[in-house]
Design a protein. Structure first.
Length: 258
């Protein structure tokens, strides 16, 4: 087992600890009947994520430094995304649907799915398990707009940066040498810049739509990297878990027990 795999193994264990740390109090609240439906869905989502991590730990222990031919943990991650999305739908203050929002979510996640297929060659898996992310992102965009969580200009800049990152990813397939390295560096800097931006906004506001967006963005970042940058994105993804838990508790307190 390489040092990088050992480090990733340790990060996964740390993430398991964080997940268990938010599951236990949520379950306790459910037992005491002090939880909302959003809390229950969040708890189930974290259980699904826990199963995914445990699968990875088992795989890395049995077959270290080998690529998984079919990512069976995708079933658990798909369940997690759908459960989180269902919770967001319950939290939407405004049910108004705007066409550009679903168009953006479809195009953006669709472009990411295309990138995943180009990177892995697993078109069936990437397409099927990528579809729930469209629904998840659509709800996030609707929630941030309806709650006016970010200024319009800030939302526009985030959308533009997200689109630029995708375009740069595609450009990497047709470039090489110094130009390729420059584009790759630009992608890395932009991804972590946006991660920091959304992360700080999540800490400042602690709204469920912002913390879930931070979680989604860090997941997409993980899918975009390998080696050390993957581990950095995974660390950010782990830090998003307690932020989501805090926002779920805030949502329960503001809406009352349902």
């Amino acid at each position: 087992m390489s040092l990088l795999t050992i480090f990733e193994f340790m990060l996964t264990i740390m993430q398991v600890v964080f997940i268990v740390a938010v599951i236990i109090p949520t379950v306790n609240a459910m037992i005491l009947k002090k939880s909302s439906i959003i809390s229950v869905l969040f708890c189930l989502a974290m259980v699904s994520y826990l199963l995914s991590d445990l699968y990875w730990l088992a795989y890395d222990s049995l077959r270290p430094d080998t690529r998984m031919p079919f990512a069976a943990n995708e079933f658990a991650e798909c369940a997690m995304i759908l459960l989180l999305a269902t919770g967001l739908e319950k939290a939407l203050p405004d049910k108004k649907k705007i066409s550009w929002e679903i168009l953006f979510a479809t195009c953006y996640i669709g472009a990411n799915i295309a990138l995943w297929i180009l990177w892995s060659g697993e078109w069936m898996q990437d397409t099927v398990f990528g579809l729930p992310y469209i629904y998840f992102l659509w709800l996030l965009v609707r929630g941030i707009r309806s709650r006016n969580l970010l200024p319009v200009k800030e939302r526009a800049v985030l959308i533009i940066l997200a689109a630029v990152i995708v375009v740069l990813h595609f450009m990497c397939f047709w470039t090489d040498g110094m130009f390729y390295e420059t584009i790759n560096l630009s992608i890395t800097l932009l991804i972590f810049f946006v991660s920091t931006w959304i992360g700080l906004r999540s800490i400042q506001n602690s709204d469920i739509f912002l913390t879930y967006l931070f979680f989604l963005w860090t997941m997409l970042a993980m899918f975009s990297f390998s080696d050390i940058f993957y581990n950095m994105a995974m660390l950010a993804n782990t830090l998003a878990i307690p932020l989501m838990y805090k926002s779920v508790r805030k949502e329960r307190a503001s809406d009352g027990i349902r």
